[in-house]
Ligand binder design. Structure first.
Ligand SMILES: Nc1ncnc2c1ncn2[C@@H]1O[C@H](COP(=O)(O)OP(=O)(O)OP(=O)(O)O)[C@@H](O)[C@H]1O
Ligand SMILES: [Mg+2]
Length: 146
């Protein structure tokens, strides 16, 4: 599925709609691998995703590595893998425990970690910029690794 976004709000809306689709489709546990350059809108998409569940406080997990959110409906674990370099790093943040839980795990900079979890099935959300249009983004969502 490919979406076009013309503003941060539209990127959030795409995240919201994706959450709605998963939740109403009965998918209550998923790993979402976010891909895309710095500042492309990965956190914005995640903010919209969480807002479907009434969670309004999503902040970038840059310093914390993982932020945890909960509502009456779900748990969301939001990772920033920018500084993760090894399987040991993943163990030390408790990554393998998180992905075992019934939750949505959303990982920014997933490019850094997918090689350390070969059996993981995941949705890919890839966001990219468009030349000469500062606010435009192409958002591609795919499952599993196709
Ligand atoms: N269509 C758009 N969608 C999302 N963000 C946009 C868009 N147009 C402009 N922006 C701007 O791009 C920035 C996106 O920031 P965001 O923190 O979501 O990016 P990120 O991919 O998570 O970055 P990082 O890799 O540093 O975590 C914001 O400043 C936002 O205002
Ligand atoms: Mg971010």
């Amino acid at each position: 599925m490919i979406f076009t976004s013309n503003s941060p709000t539209e990127t959030e809306q795409t995240g919201y709609q994706f959450a709605e689709k998963l939740y109403t489709g009965g998918i209550r546990k998923a790993f979402i691998a976010m891909k895309g350059e710095m500042g492309v809108g990965k956190t914005a998409f995640t903010r919209g995703f969480a807002s479907y569940f009434g969670i309004k406080s999503v902040k970038s997990p840059t310093y914390t590595i993982v932020n945890e959110y909960g509502s009456d409906k779900v748990k969301i674990y939001h990772f920033d893998m920018y500084r993760i370099e090894s399987e040991d790093d993943l163990y030390s943040i408790g990554f393998y425990d998180y992905i075992d839980t019934d939750s949505y795990c959303i990982a920014e900079w997933s490019e850094n970690i997918l090689e350390f979890c070969p059996d993981l099935e995941y949705f890919t959300v890839s966001i990219r910029c468009v030349p000469d249009d500062e606010e435009k983004r192409i958002i591609e969502i795919s499952y599993p690794q196709d």
